[in-house]
Structure formats: C-alpha cells, structure tokens
Design a protein around this ligand. Sequence first.
Ligand SMILES: Nc1nc2c(ncn2[C@@H]2O[C@H](COP(=O)(O)OP(=O)(O)OP(=O)(O)O)[C@@H](O)[C@H]2O)c(=O)[nH]1
Ligand SMILES: [Mg+2]
Length: 341
Amino acid sequence: MSEEILPPERAKHIQVPTYDEILERVGKRINVKRKGSKLDRELSRLQALRDIVISKTDFIRDLVRLLDSLHPFYWSLIEIEFDREELRDAIKCVSKARKMTDRLAEKYRILLLASESPRELNTVAREARGRILSLYKRCSRGLALLRSLVTFIQRLPGIDASSPTIIVAGPPSSGKSTFVSNVSRARLKVAEYPFTTKEIHVGHLTLGNIKVQVIDTPGILDRDLEEMNQIERKAAAALSKLPGAVLYLFDASSNAYMSLERQEKLLVNTVAKLVLQKKVYVAVNKADITRPERLEEAIRIAERAARKIGGEVIGPIVAASKDNSLRVAELIAKKEFVINE
Ligand SMILES: Nc1nc2c(ncn2[C@@H]2O[C@H](COP(=O)(O)OP(=O)(O)OP(=O)(O)O)[C@@H](O)[C@H]2O)c(=O)[nH]1
Ligand SMILES: [Mg+2]
C-alpha cells in the first residue's frame, strides 16, 4: 500500500467560510482602533480588508489541487450528489473575486491617496469596502456549495486506487457486508432486510507483504445505469472506476431477494458491463441454510453466468463463517496479486 494521503484526509484541513463568516470577520477587523492620520487609517483598513478576504478564501488553492488530482472513482461519487458545472462555476466565482480584490485594492489605494478632503476619503473608503465585499457576496451560493462538497469528500471512504482491491458486489442481502466484516476489521451494518448498505465502505486485510482493500458496496438491481437510484450508482462507481478484482455473491437461500435467474441476469447484463476487463469471481453464498438441490441449482446457474462473462466460480460459501470468508479472500488475492509470504 502506498503512503499516499487519501482525499478524505486531504480534505480535512480545508475550511470553506460562508459569506456571512467573511463579513463578520471583516466587520471585527475593520473596526479596530488605528493610529495615524485619517488617510493612514483608511489605507490600513483597506489593506486589512484585502488581507482578510484573501486569507479566508485561500482554501480555494488546496481545493482545486485536490479536485484536479481526484481519481475518477471519487469523481463518480461526487457527481452522484453534485452538478459538476455548478462546482466549476463556484470555483470560478471565488477565484475571480480574489483576482479582482487585488485589482480593486490597488485602484482604491490610489484613489485614497488622491482624495482631497476627509469627506472624499470617507466616500472612497466606503465604496472600496462595498465593491470588494460584493465580489464575495456574489459567491455566497458558491461558497455554500463548496463547503458542502468539502464535507462530502471528508466523509468518503479512504480508498487507494493504486492498492490491491477486491470489490464485493451483488444483489441485496446476498451477504456482502457479512463477508467484508469477516475478512477485515471494518464493522459494517448487517441486517436481514435488503438495501441495508447505503454507502461504499472499505476494510483492509493483510496477506503476507500486501494490504488488500476489500470494498463493500450497496446491493444493486438488474437495470441500466440510467435507471439506477443514487445508492445503486455508488456500487456502479466502484465496479466501473476502481481497478481490482470483483467478488460477486449469489444468494442461494430460498428467501433470496431475487430469483436465481434474476441474480444471473444482474451479473451478466449489469455487473459485467460495468466492470469491463476486471476479473469476476463468483461465489454462491448461504450454503449453510440452502437445501442441497437448490444449492446445486444455484451453482449450475452461477457456472453458466460465469462462462458467459469469462468469470470464475469459487463455489458454495458461507460468508457468515469468518474462516470461510478469509479463505475466499485469500484465494482471490493469491490469483490476483503478487504476495510474498
Ligand atoms: N445463514 C447465513 N446467513 C447469512 C450468510 N451471509 C449473510 N447472511 C445473512 O444475510 C442477511 C444479509 O446480510 P448482509 O451482509 O447484510 O447482506 P448485504 O449483501 O450486505 O445486504 P445489502 O447491504 O442490503 O445489499 C443477514 O441477515 C446476514 O446475517 C451466510 O453465509 N449464511
Ligand atoms: Mg450490505
């Protein structure tokens, strides 16, 4: 695993102020008592105003740098919640305001120096404050948007796209979170009802000299990307954008959320199209509670599906068993990644 600092961590120190916070800060600093002539005092106020708005919006540099270096997986997650165009406009608004601030500060410094009476000084100073602040007022919505973007990135899972990865996917309730919990220290919500997992989660598993990321994804249905809801799209983002191997879990049990045929369709028509070249391992889960005839039928269907997509069947598994899950993860990791014991 590289020591790269992941986006959620990098976003932690980025603080985006609201327009009101900028205004409040300016108000406090502008009113401190100053020494010197009236001209000196107004010049110093103008400088203070300039310094505050610039330092309050310094975050934009780190944010742009972070966004420019984001892996497409992260972008896919962001685009589920945010409009990329609106984000671009918000960044433009703040960057432009910063550029204009320096121009206006210089312009009004000269006008202050050229003022011929205290009254003119007052008028020029007031106008300078009004014009500089209005640059940021115009960005009020943009600032609020960028602030929620940063909070959103801070809460995303820390996934390193250059590290060995197993993406666990499949229909609702097939045991994905059970599996990931059992092979890692991640404590994930497991429940009987479908659509329990609503976010992408990551667990880590050390095998020999490597650290494998095991990704838990929300359950998906057999439909095209355009028809997927926001939660399913997160799974689609992981499947399509993260490099690694895929573990597809069939739910063999008689009370599975989907029929075995539909689980096959989900794998062949939806998952395979998303993962493109990635290797897909297919396991038939809940072998412990499935009647032998049904389990056989599930394996037959899983094999047929795997053949259609060039995948590999691992066989029946019990994700509820820690040992069994670890064996499956090891088997995939040994085939996919170079492990030195
Ligand atoms: N008997 C048995 N139950 C299992 C096994 N694996 C998972 N379950 C149960 O199946 C149910 C669903 O498990 P989850 O791990 O939450 O399934 P999931 O695929 O993450 O579900 P979603 O997040 O809703 O898509 C839970 O009640 C688990 O305890 C298994 O191997 N055997
Ligand atoms: Mg789950």
